[in-house]
Ligand binder design. Structure first.
Ligand code: C2E
Ligand code: CA
Ligand code: CA
Ligand code: CA
Length: 279
């Protein structure tokens, strides 16, 4: 037992060593990525019941010179623990606001909003409100076109400070959406304290909606909650027509998922979804 213990400790240390150097490689890469402009924003459509595109969620990609396109799961956790998420998040906000300002200049794209993911560290940083305000001011983007996506777990600490920050931004017109809703551990009582506009049903509930009665019950509950708290509800991860029609039938107001469109570069997004004004 002692021998095995020692081996597993050694194994664990080697594993940790490998993880540490992989993580520090990524951290070094991320510093480069910011300097060399290797990050790209992808856009995934959000639709209303009539299937009109009302906006997009901004999803970050890292266009690595050697490794190709890297998805957030491979670098956001490292950026979170190294603190680089603060700079990356600010870059995402600035770019998103510049994009909004650009879309606002064309009649066929001017109605779109952008939903930007905010990490816990960003939200808890004392500079957060000012960063959002300067991104808006420097780009000239309308605050009403900016939605910030938070997750429940970010709201467990310092709730009073968070509410204060949200209210400051809300006063300017910025809206908040609660992402991955239903997967957190927090109580529902704070929901009415927060200046939220939207709940986003986590895709884990949408996935088995047609086969798992529990998931259907959870979705119905979230929709009822949205109605009584006067919050819009959007479902993410909609992959099939059957999921879409079920959600429609249950009264869901907005939709996002591969069934309607995958995350894509800006030019593809505009080509595919801009409003055409036929004569
Ligand atoms: P999320 O906020 O829950 O974003 C939705 C994720 O689901 C995206 O993954 C999206 O590509 C994926 N998705 C969309 N439709 C479908 C579908 O129909 N089926 C399935 N299975 N998946 C779908 P992605 O782009 O890999 O992003 C993963 C996570 O990384 C995001 O989860 C978000 O938490 C984080 N993230 C992405 N961009 C940013 C960012 O700019 N800042 C921060 N802090 N986090 C980001
Ligand atoms: Ca999100
Ligand atoms: Ca989500
Ligand atoms: Ca999710």
């Amino acid at each position: 037992a002692k021998e095995r213990g020692r081996n597993s400790v050694r194994f664990f240390n080697q594993q940790m060593q490998a993880d540490v150097s992989a993580r520090s490689d990524i951290a070094t890469g991320l510093r480069q990525a910011l300097l060399q402009d290797e990050f790209v924003l992808y856009f995934q459509p959000q639709l209303e019941r009539n299937l009109g595109v009302v906006g997009a969620e901004v999803l970050l990609r890292w266009q690595h010179p050697q490794h190709g396109m890297i998805v957030p799961a491979s670098f956001i956790p490292v950026a979170e623990s190294s603190g680089q998420i603060l700079q990356i998040g600010r870059w995402v906000l600035e770019k998103s606001c510049l994009q909004l300002a650009e879309w606002a200049r064309h009649t066929d794209t001017a109605h779109w909003y952008l939903a930007v993911n905010i990490s816990a560290r960003q939200l808890h940083s004392s500079a957060f409100v000012q960063e959002v305000v300067s991104a808006l001011e420097q780009s000239g983007a309308a605050p009403e076109k900016l939605v910030l996506e938070l997750t429940e777990s970010q709201l467990l600490q310092d709730i009073d400070t968070i509410i204060d920050k949200m209210q400051q931004l809300n006063t300017l017109g910025v809206r908040f959406s609660l992402d991955d809703f239903g997967t957190g551990y927090s109580s529902l009582s704070y929901l009415k304290l927060l200046p939220l506009k939207q709940l986003k049903i986590d895709r884990s509930f949408v996935r088995d909606l047609l086969t798992d009665p529990n998931d259907k019950a959870i979705i119905k509950t979230i929709l009822a909650l949205g109605q009584s708290l006067e919050l819009a509800v959007i479902a993410e991860g909609v992959e099939t027509e059957a999921q879409y029609s079920k959600l429609l039938h249950l009264g869901c107001q907005q939709f996002q998922g591969y069934f309607f469109g995958e995350p894509m570069p800006q030019t593809s997004f505009v080509t595919r979804y801009r409003q055409r004004h036929e004569m």
